[in-house]
Each structure stands twice: as C-alpha cells, then as structure tokens.
Design a protein around this ligand. Structure first.
Ligand code: P6P
Length: 337
C-alpha cells in the first residue's frame, strides 16, 4: 500500500526554508518570526473564547477563578510583549497600546525592532467579527542592541525585514512576507500548528470590491466622492458596479481584498485630517505584504513604504489593494479624472 500524505508544511519549517534560500532571512529573523507566531497562539486562545465573557468575566471584572479579566486588546498586548520579550531577540518594541517604546526586560541578542498592533479592530470582538494582529520587523540601524532607541523604530517601511498579520476569524490565518513572496498559514487547533494553506499569494490586478466607510460621506473630499460614484456606475466592460465590502476591521477587509482583489481606502477626512490608520504598525506592514503580492499601497499619491516616519503613532491615509484599483483611486484624488 502506498501511503499518500498531504504535504503538511508547518510555519516553522517554512521559516527555515526561507532562511536556507535567502541569506538576509537569517537565523535571528527566523527566531523572531517563530516568536511572533507563538505569541499569536496565546492571543488566539483568548480571542476565540471572547464569547464566553459573561462566564469567564468581562473586562474589568473577575472571572470564575477570581482572576482579573483584561480587555482583550490589552491582554493581547501583554501576551506579545511577555512572550517575545522573554526570548531576548528584540531589542526594542513599539505597540499601538503603548504611548512610548518598550525595551524588553531581557535583551541578549536582539538586533531587531518589532512594531505591532496587538489586536486591531478589537471593538468588533463583542459582536464576533474577525479581528487581527499586525506586525512589522526592522533591523536596528546600529550594531549595539543596548543602544536601541525610538530612531530604530522610525524607519521607512521599505526597510522592513519582515511583516505580517494574523486574522482571528472563522479560522485563524497567519500571513507573512520576508520580501520573498507572501505566504499564508491556517491554524490547526488539533495539533497547535500553523500549516501552509496559501503559498505564494498574488492579489488580482483589479477586483470587484471596494472598502470605504461611506457613512463618512460628509467628511470626504470631492475626489474620494467622485471615485465612489465612479465605482457605482454600470459599466460591465470595467467590472462596474463594484460591491461594497466594509467590515470595520482593517485586517479582515485587507485579507479579503488580498485574496479576491479589490481596494481598501481610508482617506483623509475632516475628522481624521491625516487619515485614521497608523503608519508604523498598520499601513507599513500591510503595504509590504500588498506589494509583495503584486498590489499597490499609497497615501493617495505617495508610496506608503517611502513615507519617512516622524513619530511612533503617526497616522496616514491608506489606499491599498489591487494595483489598477488603487491607481484609479489616485487619479480621482489628484483630480485627473
Ligand atoms: P471607521 C478599527 O477601529 C480600525 O482601526 C480598523 O481596523 C478599521 O479599518 C477602521 O478602524 C474602521 O474605522 O472610522 O470606519 O469605523
């Protein structure tokens, strides 16, 4: 009898494959990626139980064991900082949940900086909508981890060594890039492993979905309004009208559009003059993924990965997804359409 086995590739073995193929993906980077994958398993464990809040205790109360229950985004933040900090591979971290940078307690070999949003879209948890962790890894500018500073966290997105996200949805999927393609892994809770499920993701050059919060219509500039009206016109030759898909959870909207094609736009509005989304731990990591998958990511004109950061929690308008759709959106924004 010939035993035919599905080719089960764990995320750890995929990281090692990348390390063997690409010198810049060194053992330290592989360790870092394993740390992030491990931390996401700790976050997943609680996120998938969130619906049990009234049994386990809601945030700010105590659960049946009398333990204080934290808001899940704060819980996720602590899990990532503790799980990764204890391995001493990162010299410095920046988190959406922390006003200033974090120097992990034990820092032996860390030559890298980690920027992350521990649980983006966490307000959706109570209604069981997918949420996500987003991460971005940079090499320190200098060679002395002991001298790591905020400056190491404020590098252009084009300098990222690796980036990715974990979407906690109907299944839990980790998607990452080290600059050599985009690869997705689905978590199998029966064995506690992320298994390769989406090798070499390429995003369609145009899609049928657009993701914009049209509830902000009154706050949008004329270019954005004209772009939305354009997408709604009947024109089968250009695949219009597009369909609106807006979950209000960046990772969920981005992941769907990455796989099916489409565009996500969070523009500058009257309320968010520089956009709402964060450059360092939302736009940059997703832009790296998107470009590696053949897509495009700008702030409506400038390439996201070329924006020089000025501060850790800097915001940016974000136009990201299928290259043809983002280019069309940019033409409306600059008034050439
Ligand atoms: P709005 C969630 O709060 C978030 O940061 C992203 O996940 C999401 O894409 C965006 O904000 C939604 O913002 O203003 O449309 O509710």
């Amino acid at each position: 009898m010939i035993l035919t086995m599905n080719k089960l590739i764990t995320i750890e073995s995929h990281f090692l494959q990348q390390q063997k193929l690409y010198p810049e993906v060194n053992a330290e980077v592989t360790d870092l990626l394993n740390d992030v994958a491990f931390a996401s398993k700790l976050v997943r464990r609680e996120v998938v139980r969130a619906g049990l809040g009234d049994i386990l205790g809601l945030a700010g109360t105590t659960n049946v064991q009398g333990e204080e229950v934290k808001k899940l985004d704060l819980f996720a933040n602590e899990q990532i900082i503790n799980a990764i900090g204890q391995h001493g591979r990162f010299a410095i971290m920046g988190s959406e949940e922390n006003d200033s940078i974090i120097i992990p307690p034990k820092n032996e070999t860390g030559n890298y900086a980690l920027l992350f949003d521990p649980l983006d879209g966490s307000s959706n948890i109570d209604v069981n909508v997918s949420v996500g962790t987003i991460f971005s890894i940079y090499r320190l500018k200098g060679d002395d981890p002991g001298k790591a500073s905020l400056d190491d966290c404020l590098q252009n997105g084009a300098e990222q060594v690796a980036s990715g996200y974990v979407i906690y949805g109907s299944s839990v999927v980790l998607v990452y890039t080290t600059g050599h393609g985009v690869h997705g892994f689905t978590y199998d809770p029966t064995i506690g492993e992320f298994l390769l499920s989406h090798p070499n993701i390429l995003t369609p050059e145009s899609g049928k979905y657009y993701s914009i919060n049209e509830g902000s219509w009154a706050q949008l500039n004329d270019g954005t309004k004209r772009y939305i009206d354009y997408l709604k016109e009947e024109d089968p030759a250009t695949g219009r009208p597009y369909s609106t898909r807006y979950i209000g959870s960046l990772v969920a909207d981005f992941h769907r559009n990455l796989l099916t094609g489409g565009v996500f736009v969070y523009p500058a509005t009257k309320k968010h003059k520089n956009g709402k989304l964060r450059l360092m731990y939302e736009a940059n990591p997703l832009a790296f993924i998107c470009e590696q998958a053949g897509g495009r990511a700008t702030d409506g004109s400038r390439r996201i990965l070329d924006i020089k950061p000025e501060e850790l929690h800097q915001r940016t308008p974000l136009y990201i997804g299928s290259v043809k759709d983002v280019l069309t959106a940019e033409e409306f924004e600059k008034g050439s359409r």
